[in-house]
Design a protein around this ligand. Structure first.
Ligand SMILES: *Cc1c(COP(=O)(O)O)cnc(C)c1O
Length: 628
C-alpha cells in the first residue's frame, strides 16, 4: 500500500526557503519575524493579565532610563557595524569556502522566536516545549539514517565534535561491560574467555546488559566498567580511524582517555576514501596479537575532500569477522554528509533502488540530466549506514540550520544506559517524558532554540528526496558544474601578467567539495606551486582584509604525507610536478571549495558565474605575479 503523498511536499520551491543572496525574500522574513515577536509580547502580557506593570510610562521618560536605553542602542549599533564590516557573506555563491551557506528562513525564524522564551533543554522542567521537539528530531534523525526510530535514540548536540565524543563514549563504555559482568556475575557469561568478552557484537552486549538488569546487578556492573575503573591503558583495544579523520577524533581520544597510542590511522586511497584492504590488514595484525578492536570510524564525507568512505565494505568486514568471533563497534562520522541520506529516501522514507533513484533525480528535476550522480559506491555507503552502531550528523552543515546544531543517533537505544547518570531503568520509564536530558548526554545546559530551529527546518523541508533531497541535489549539481568547468579548463587557457597557468581539480567529488590548485605552465617546483596557491587563497579570503570587496572567497587545506600518505602524488603530477618533487616536499597546498550554496544551478546563472570566476582568477593571478 502506498502512503498518500503530501502535495505540499511535491511543490517545495527551494528559492522560497532562504532569505536569498540579495535578500529577495526579506518582506516575508520581516513580516513573520514581527508577527512572532508580537506573539511573544502578548504571551508575556497574557500571563496573569491582571498583574500590574512593573515599569511605568513615567519611569520610561526618566533621564537615567532613557540613557540606559541609549547605552543599549549604542552597543547594538557598534555590534552591527562590526558584523557588517567583517562577517563572511555565506549567502552568496561567491562564497565557496567552508561548510556553510545561506540558512533556512524557517530555522532562523524559529531560532529567533524561541530565544525569547529561553528554554534550556538540559532538563524538561526548564524546557517542556523544546525538549519534546528535540526528542521528535531525534526520531527523525534515526529514520533518515536508516535506524528504527522506535528502537534507536537520537538527539541534538552542540556540534559534530560533541556528537563524535558521544559515539566514542558509548563505544568505550560498551566494550568494558562484558569483562565487568564477568567480575560481578560470571554465570551470565559462562564459558567465555577474555578474548571473547572483548569481541562481542553490540547487540549481544546490550542483551547482556538487559540480563544484568534482570539479575539486579547492573549498577554493580557499571561500577566495574570503565566508568568506575577508568581506562586501563590499551585494555579495550585500538580505535581505527581513517587518515582523513576530522581532528575532533584526536581530541576525543584525549578527552575519553583512550590515549593517542591507541588511535590507529588507516591509510586512504587516491580518492581519499579509507583503504579497506589496509583496514583489513590492520585488524588482522591486531587480532593476531590478541589486541581487541575498540571501534572503527568511517567518514561520510571527509572534511577536506568530501570523500565518502565505503561504509558498506566496513560493515561487510565486521560481519565477516563476527563469524570468526571478532567484533567491533562502527561509528560513521557523517557530520558533513549525514543529511545527504535524505536524497536516497522516497516520500515514505524508503531507501530507493539505485535505478529508481537515478530516474527520480533526473526526471524530478532534482539534478541536471547530464550529471551522473551518485556513484554506486556512494549509494551503497549510504545504504549501509542502517547497519552501523552510531552516526554523527550536523544540522548546521548540510541541514542549512544556523549554529550551533549537531546531532547523534544510536541504532540501539539501550546503549544510553551505559552513559547515563540516572539510576538504571529510569531512562526506559521516562522515555516519553524525558525529565533530564542532561544526565544522559554529554552536555549540560543547552539552547532549546537550536532544537526549535532544527525541528522547524524538518517541518518545512522533509528529510527525503522531496525535501532536503532538493537542496542537497542543487548543491551536488553546483559542485559538479564547478568541477567540470575546472576539469575542462585546459593548460595555457589562463593568461595573466604575460604568463600562462593551468588548473586541476584534486579528485572527482563524491559529494560537493571541490579541491583544486593552479600552477604556472612549465613550473616544476612544488614549493613554487604551493606558494602560488597560498597567495591566491590569501587574495580570496579574510587574509587580504575585509572580505566585503572580495570577488570570490574560499578556504584552503594542506594535504601532507603524514596525513594522507602518497594519495596526492598523482594530483601534483597532473599539474606538471615531477614525482621526485613530491617525494622531497610531501605536502601540497590546495584551494578547498565546499559548494553548499543552492544557487549555482541555473544554466544562465552558472555560465555568468563561471565567467566572473575566471576573470577574478586572472586578476588575482596578475596581482600575485606582479607582487613577485
Ligand atoms: C565538521 C566535522 C566535524 C566537526 O563538527 P563540528 O560541528 O564543527 O564540531 C566532525 N567530523 C567531520 C567529518 C566534519 O566534517
Amino acid at each position: 500500500m502506498e502512503k498518500k503523498v503530501d502535495n505540499t511536499e511535491e511543490t517545495l520551491n527551494v528559492d522560497a526557503l532562504f532569505m536569498g543572496p540579495k535578500s529577495e525574500n526579506h518582506k516575508y522574513f520581516k513580516e513573520t519575524l514581527n508577527f512572532l515577536m508580537d506573539e511573544h509580547i502578548h504571551w508575556r502580557r497574557d500571563f496573569h493579565p491582571d498583574d500590574k506593570p512593573v515599569v511605568s510610562l513615567r519611569e520610561q521618560r526618566e533621564p537615567d532610563f532613557e540613557a540606559t536605553l541609549e547605552r543599549t542602542t549604542n552597543a547594538l549599533l557598534e555590534l552591527s557595524s562590526k558584523l557588517k564590516a567583517s562577517s563572511m557573506p555565506w549567502f552568496s555563491a561567491r562564497y565557496l569556502g567552508h561548510m556553510n551557506s545561506d540558512t533556512l528562513m524557517a530555522a532562523n525564524l524559529a531560532y529567533m522566536a524561541t530565544i525569547l522564551y529561553n528554554p534550556n533543554n538540559c532538563a524538561y522542567e526548564g524546557a517542556p516545549a523544546t525538549t519534546a521537539l528535540e526528542i521528535e528530531v531525534g526520531k527523525q534523525f534515526a529514520t533518515m539514517l536508516g535506524f528504527d526510530p522506535e528502537k534507536a535514540w537520537g538527539h541534538i548536540t552542540t556540534d559534530g565534535t560533541i556528537a563524535n565524543y558521544e559515539g566514542l563514549w558509548v563505544a568505550r563504555n560498551l566494550k568494558s561491560i562484558p569483562p565487568a559482568i564477568k567480575e560481578v556475575k560470571p554465570e551470565l557469561v559462562e564459558g567465555m574467555d577474555d578474548w571473547q568478552l572483548l569481541n562481542l557484537p553490540t547487540g549481544k552486549i546490550l542483551d547482556l546488559v538487559s540480563k544484568a538488569k534482570e539479575a539486579e546487578v547492573f549498577e554493580a556492573v557499571r561500577e566495574r566498567s570503565v566508568r568506575g575503573t577508568g581506562m586501563q591503558s590499551g585494555k579495550l583495544g585500538k580505535l581505527l580511524v581513517p587518515q582523513s579523520k576530522h581532528y575532533s577524533w584526536t581530541k576525543a581520544a584525549d578527552v575519553l582517555g583512550i590515549g593517542q597510542a591507541n588511535m590507529v590511522y588507516v591509510q586512504v586511497k587516491e580518492n581519499y576514501r579509507m583503504d579497506i584492504e589496509v583496514l583489513r590488514a590492520t585488524i588482522d595484525k591486531f587480532v593476531s596479537e590478541k589486541t581487541p578492536i575498540l571501534g572503527v570510524v568511517t567518514v561520510a564525507g571527509t572534511t577536506e575532500e568530501g570523500a565518502i568512505d565505503e561504509v558498506h565494505e566496513v560493515v561487510k568486514l565486521r560481519d565477516e569477522y563476527e563469524k570468526a568471533g571478532i567484533s567491533f563497534y562502527i561509528h560513521v562520522d557523517a557530520a558533513y554528509g549525514g543529511y545527504m541520506r535524505s536524497v536516497f529516501l522516497d516520500e515514505n522514507d524508503r531507501f530507493m533502488d539505485f535505478d529508481d533513484l537515478k530516474e527520480r533525480l533526473h526526471d524530478g528535476g532534482i539534478l541536471h540530466k547530464e550529471i551522473d550522480w551518485p556513484s554506486r559506491d556512494v549509494y551503497d555507503a549510504y545504504k549501509a549506514m542502517a547497519e552501523v552502531d552510531s552516526i554523527t550528523l550536523d544540522p548546521h552543515k548540510m541541514g542549512y540550520v544556523p549554529y550551533a546544531a549537531g546531532g547523534v543517533a544510536l541504532k540501539d537505544k539501550r546503549a544510553i544506559d551505559l552513559i547515563s547518570y540516572f539510576a538504571a531503568y529510569v531512562f526506559e520509564k521516562t522515555e516519553d517524558n524525558p525529565m533530564l536530558l542532561g544526565s544522559y548526554i554529554m552536555e549540560g545546559s543547552k539552547a532549546g532554540a537550536s532544537a526549535a530551529a532544527v525541528w522547524a527546518a524538518h517541518r518545512v523541508v522533509p528529510l527525503n528526496i522531496m525535501g532536503y533531497g532538493r537542496i542537497v541535489g542543487r548543491s551536488v549539481e553546483g559542485a559538479a558544474r564547478f568541477y567540470n568547468s575546472l576539469l575542462s579548463t585546459s593548460a595555457n587557457e589562463i593568461e595573466a601578467a604575460g604568463k600562462k597557468f593551468m588548473v586541476a581539480p584534486l579528485t572527482r567529488p563524491d559529494f560537493n567539495i571541490v579541491d583544486f590548485a593552479f600552477n604556472e605552465v612549465g613550473n616544476t617546483s612544488l614549493e613554487a606551486m604551493d606558494k602560488l596557491n597560498q597567495k591566491i587563497y590569501e587574495q580570496c579570503s579574510y587574509n587580504s582584509g575585509p572580505v566585503f570587496n572580495d570577488d570570490w572567497i574560499t578556504s584552503k587545506t594542506d594535504l601532507a604525507y603524514e596525513d594522507y600518505g602518497d594519495a596526492p602524488k598523482p594530483f601534483v603530477a597532473r599539474l606538471g610536478i615531477p614525482a621526485e618533487e613530491w617525494d622531497a616536499v610531501r605536502s601540497v597546498y590546495v584551494i578547498r571549495s565546499c559548494v553548499l550554496t543552492p544557487f549555482l544551478t541555473n544554466n544562465t546563472t552558472y555560465a555568468e558565474y563561471w565567467g566572473n570566476f575566471m576573470n577574478t582568477i586572472r586578476d588575482v593571478l596578475a596581482f600575485v605575479v606582479n607582487l613577485g
